[in-house]
Structures are given as C-alpha cells and as structure tokens.
Design a protein around this ligand. Structure first.
Ligand code: NAP
Length: 187
C-alpha cells in the first residue's frame, strides 16, 4: 500500500444513511413520507456513537438532537443556533468538525444523514451508502441523487418484511465505493 493509500484507509469513512422510495423520494413538506419503525431502529444502530452531519432543514425535522452522537448542522445563516448541536457554515467546515469529533470519541465513521441538498453535495465524497429501499413509490418534494453503479458496488442486501409499525416493506442495501483504478483519478 502506498503512503497515500494508507492515509485514505486510516481516515474515518464517510457513510451515508438514507431511506429512499422506489421513485427516489426521501422527504415531503419537511418530514418523512412514511412511518418505518424498523428503519428507525436500523438508523440508530448504524449511527450511534458516531458524529452525524445534517442540513438545517433535516435538523428542523428532529424533535431534539440525536442522543449519543455529536450532532453537526450545516447552515449558511451565521446567526443560526441549534441547541445540543454544533453549527457549521459549509459542508467542508462540517466535515472538519466531524473529523475532530470522530477522533475524540474513537469513531471510524462519520455519518451523513441528509437531507436532499446535503446528500447531493457530498455523494462525491461518500465511501459507503447504507440505503433502505422503501418498497413503494411515494409523493414527495425531496429526492436522493442517483447512485452510479460504476462508482459504487453493492456489497450486502437484505429484504425486510413490513412489520406492524411499518407503513411499507423495506430492502436494505449497502453500497461501497469501488477502488479507483490504478493510476486513475478519485481517492
Ligand atoms: N429519507 C431519509 O433518509 C431522509 C433523511 C434526511 C432528511 N430527509 C428529508 O429531507 C428533507 C430535508 O432535505 P432538504 O434537501 O430540503 O434540506 P437539508 O439538506 O436537510 O438542509 C438544507 C439546508 O442546509 C443548509 N445548507 C445546504 N447546503 C449548504 C452549504 N453548502 N453550506 C451551508 N449551508 C448549507 C441550508 O440551510 P440555511 O437555509 O439555514 O442556510 C439549506 O437550506 C425533509 O423532508 C427530511 O425529512 C429524509
């Protein structure tokens, strides 16, 4: 492994956690267009103990900071305050804070938890995508960017039947960024 490859391998991974409908919808009117208790449990298991980075509108959709995780909120508004979270003025600033928090708590991952604007701006930096494919087409106003199979490969997938507290059945897929070809651009 070259020195550059070692550096990349040892830095915390940038991990997306998202639930997406079959038509790409992830949100409606500032909230989630479904009720998926099973997915909320998976979300917690995937993010607990790790810094979570989110856009200001996603923060607004939460009732409170996500406990057990450093919360980092991105806003261009210099006066914006988010009690229980740190506010960053840009994606880059948020990732810098998240890296510091990850080092402080010994996390090897930084989780990007939305919403649409933040996923779109950061998918080029993501190492891993944990995607809950919601088995329905739903109405909404916020979408997830397309996942390019030339950039990401599916590494695991699992079907989950609709539980009593779920509005839809789900399919969990984990994608990992393909290694850049030798001499190629990328990492
Ligand atoms: N299904 C899922 O897994 C999932 C996950 C998360 C969210 N959601 C849904 O997605 C929707 C929210 O997504 P969204 O796209 O509307 O909003 P968002 O990405 O959560 O937040 C957008 C806000 O983030 C700030 N921002 C974005 N880019 C920035 C940058 N480069 N520098 C500084 N600030 C920046 C701006 O805040 P200011 O306006 O304050 O400057 C912007 O208005 C909601 O419906 C939510 O429920 C779904």
């Amino acid at each position: 492994m070259t020195e550059a490859e070692q550096k990349v391998a040892s830095r915390p991974k940038i991990v997306f956690v998202v639930a997406v409908a079959a038509n790409g919808v992830i949100g409606r009117e500032g909230g989630l267009p479904w009720r998926l208790s099973t997915d909320l449990k998976r979300f917690k298991a995937l993010t607990i103990g790790k810094p979570v980075v989110m856009g200001r509108k996603t923060w607004a959709s939460l009732a409170r900071p996500l406990p057990g995780r450093p919360n980092i909120v991105i806003s261009r508004n210099p006066d914006f305050e988010a009690p229980g979270a740190e506010v960053a003025p840009s994606l880059e600033a948020a990732l810098t804070i998240a890296l510091e928090r990850a080092a402080a708590i010994g996390s090897d991952e930084i989780c990007i938890i939305g919403g649409g604007e933040i996923y779109r701006q950061s998918i080029g930096m993501a190492d891993v995508l944990h995607v809950t494919e919601v088995q329905a087409e739903v109405d909404g106003d916020t979408r997830f960017p397309p996942i390019d199979p030339a950039t990401f490969e599916k590494v695991t997938e699992e079907d989950l039947p609709r539980g009593e507290k779920d509005s839809h059945a789900m399919h969990f897929v984990t994608w990992r960024r393909r290694t850049a070809p030798p001499g190629g651009a990328g990492v």
